[in-house]
Design a protein around this ligand. Sequence first.
Ligand SMILES: [Zn+2]
Ligand SMILES: [Zn+2]
Length: 340
Amino acid sequence: MSATAISLGGHVLELTAPYEMKTVLRPDLRQPGPGQVVIRMVALGLCGTDLHIYSGRGSTYPWVTGHDGAGIIHSVGPGVDLEEGQRVAVDPVVRCGQCTMCRRGKVQLCADGGYLGMLGPGLAAEYVQLPAVQLIPLPDAVSDLAATVLEPVAVALHTLRRVEPFMTDQGVAAIIGGGPLGILQAQVSQFLGWDCVVFEPQKRRRHLGSSLGVKMFDPAEAEDIESLQAGPILVIETSAAGEGVDLAERVATPGSVVAIVGRGPHSPSPASILLKELSVLGIKGGPGMYSEAVRLVEEGVVDPASVITDQFPWSQGAKAFAHTAQNPATVVRSVLYGAW
Ligand SMILES: [Zn+2]
Ligand SMILES: [Zn+2]
């Protein structure tokens, strides 16, 4: 099942050039085939990756981005165990289901796989046809808005699962970057026993994180914090910025694990990795953790909707992207929600 199995209908937000987006009307989708479902999108989160694509990282146009979404099942194909009208979140990992990695459950490493909106069409549309395996039913306690921010929760769970074999103990975890990914990583990690500190240069994000019970610091304070703490045994880099990687390298204590969640421009230096005997782990998404993420939200452990600062109706999709791209200091997370 290739990414071309994903198709879009009704109103669609097309990126026609860098920073240029318009709504077009595409033909209705046909009845879905075996294993496929058509959903009507309800809410869509705008992620850092979407903004990179918006600013011209993709090369083919028109392009449709978006991978953090929630919808309602509109129609189901043969062999699908889901009901029309059911609320669902979308797991953004496109996978073939048949290769060695998929059969081992490592769908994020699928040879033909990738993310919705990067490998192929994304979710910025009124109707989306996609494989039923990418849909997670939502209980009433998980709102549509919360469902657009499940990815950071799933990534947090995958990160902790990845680092676990390297840990003999829990202690201080330093998280670099206090966007939705960093804040939710801290909340999930704290719930699971870690003592987290988050480094974030933007004041708005620090305030938001603090209001959610997370210890937030300006990276400029890093040296002072270090003297107060025994030092982190786990460093999680979520910022995807060169400065963030450098800070991760600096605060990592000898023998610690550095988890790379953000796709930054470079890695910690070989000298640091060698001299501090760091274990550097790559974290690619939150494969297989979406149901667990839904459960944590349902139980009230985290409320991912609390990182949403800006909402726009779908009809103002172009404005939502422009506003979010132009205001990184004030917008933490935007979401498209409501009418076309
Ligand atoms: Zn995302
Ligand atoms: Zn595969």
